[in-house]
Design a protein around this ligand. Structure first.
Ligand SMILES: C[S@@+](CC[C@H](N)C(=O)[O-])C[C@H]1O[C@@H](n2cnc3c(N)ncnc32)[C@H](O)[C@@H]1O
Length: 435
């Protein structure tokens, strides 16, 4: 620890220094259930100005042992004062370390240092691939593209058996490819025991003008529980009691990328869906449209100048779509689908948009499509092994994709502003709406 301490303390005030609102701090500390705990040996990485630490001290029935880590010199010295100030309320060997968590954690992990409790409001900031931080993380075998994900990765390794960790992080950790490695690593040994979702992305860090949809994760190092405590609120004030949901209603398994669902609670309940069969009928695949405008360059021309009609997201605009075309040549041949019927889905899908899933039928038949059809990459294309589908299959798909239950499933999972192939593959068929 001694050497690492000299490494990267920083003096600048940076954009990762967002202070945890006191109500959120109290809520997070409540998740630690300190009154039921025996010994409390607590780590707070990225402790900032100490809002969480203050809350921990106030909520602990016995003096906790605190290890506060903060890389900023000014905040670090403030934390040292905080520790001194509370000397009589905390264990004697509590300490505030002005240091880089990314340097300390790998050494602690190697030495077998573990904590019974970890609480963190980590920085939300991208790790630039060429940066010093990226190199430090690579060396420690941490695969994370954002600071918060790296904090989760390392913190979960520092959790003692039976220990509890609570973190407030962007919702995007819960699904999708970007944080899949972090999710898998974190959930390998630790199980999700509680999840809180803040529905309003302006509400939590409003004072700092941060707009970010966030969740509070509570993990425990041990076997997965049969039920997960789940709650939802717009703001940090008056957070309702959690409801208990069966584990698999929230936490999907490794085959589903360890995705964590965020169901909407309506009148104290969530839709009990546990459908398991795919929404896509057998033989139907989803792919991203493969014509990328700027790469296709001169091969994309106005309709009439090229042999292959090119379908883009303008198909979703209300005015008559003005389709473009692709010139047919050796470069473009591989982008061409044979004539037939396809269903396309708009990829851009802001989280406020309703419906999030917009699908349309493309009838690429007749003279105009005699040489085939192409799709640009702002669309997902549903097809049968690279070919068109029967009218019946297309109707089934359109009906299922526009079903309110499909929309609900997508919203539970889709934390990003895009519809990805994986999201469509993950949709489940919940039966005909007439049933
Ligand atoms: C969101 S703030 C924490 C807020 C804190 N709970 C509070 O209320 O003040 C994240 C903190 O992590 C610190 N930080 C960022 N990178 C760090 C690193 N590698 N090691 C230690 N601290 C770091 C930042 O300086 C910042 O104070």
């Amino acid at each position: 620890m001694g050497d690492a301490r000299k490494q990267v303390p920083v003096r600048d005030v940076d954009r990762t220094q967002i202070f945890t609102p006191p109500d959120l701090a109290d809520f997070m500390v409540h998740q630690l259930n300190l009154s039921a705990a025996g010994e409390v040996d607590l780590l707070e990485p990225g402790a900032g100005a100490g809002a969480l630490a203050e809350s921990v001290i106030a909520a602990s029935p016995r003096p906790p042992r605190l290890t506060l880590v903060e890389r900023d010199l000014t905040l670090g010295s403030h934390l040292s004062d905080l520790v001194e100030h509370h000397r009589s309320d905390i264990a004697e060997d509590s300490e505030a370390l002005t240091d880089d968590f990314f340097a300390l954690a790998p050494a602690w992990i190697a030495d077998g240092r573990r904590f019974t409790h970890i609480i963190t409001n980590p920085p939300f900031a991208r790790v630039e691939p060429q940066s010093h931080v990226a190199a430090v993380l690579r060396k420690a075998n941490v695969r994370a593209t954002n600071y918060f994900a790296a904090f989760l990765w390392l913190a979960s390794d520092l959790l003692a058996d039976g220990g509890t960790m609570v973190a407030v992080v962007p919702r995007s950790i819960l699904s999708g490819a970007r944080y899949a490695a972090t999710r898998a690593h974190m959930l390998e040994g630790a199980a999700l025991v509680a999840l809180h979702h803040f529905t309003d992305r302006r509400a939590v860090f409003e004072r700092d003008s941060v707009q970010q949809e966030v969740v509070v994760l509570t993990l425990s190092r041990g076997a997965a529980p049969s039920h997960i405590r789940y709650s939802q609120s717009a703001t940090v004030i008056n957070i309702p009691d959690a409801i208990q949901l069966p584990h698999r209603r929230i936490q999907l398994d490794a085959a589903d990328g360890h995705a964590v669902l965020v169901p909407t609670i309506v009148r104290g309940e969530v839709d009990p869906s546990d459908a398991t069969s795919s929404l896509l009928p057998d033989g139907v695949q989803a792919s991203v449209g493969n014509v990328v405008d700027f790469r296709a360059g001169a091969d994309v021309v106005v309709r009439g100048d090229g042999e292959i009609p090119l379908v883009g997201s303008e198909i979703f605009f209300t005015r008559t779509p003005d389709l473009r075309a692709l010139r047919l040549n050796d470069r473009t041949q591989r982008h061409v689908f044979p004539p037939g019927r396809y269903v396309v889905i708009r990829r851009i899908s802001p989280s406020e948009a309703r419906p999030r899933i917009q699908a349309k039928l493309v009838v690429a038949e007749g003279d105009e499509f005699s040489k085939g059809v192409a799709f640009e990459n702002h669309l997902l294309v549903l097809h049968a092994n690279g070919k068109g589908m029967t009218p019946e299959t297309c109707s089934v798909l359109l009906e299922r994709l526009s079903d309110a239950r499909t929309e609900r499933q997508f919203c539970e999972r889709g934390g990003t502003t895009q519809v990805n192939v994986g999201d469509i593959r993950a949709l489940r068929y919940e039966g005909s709406s007439e049933e």
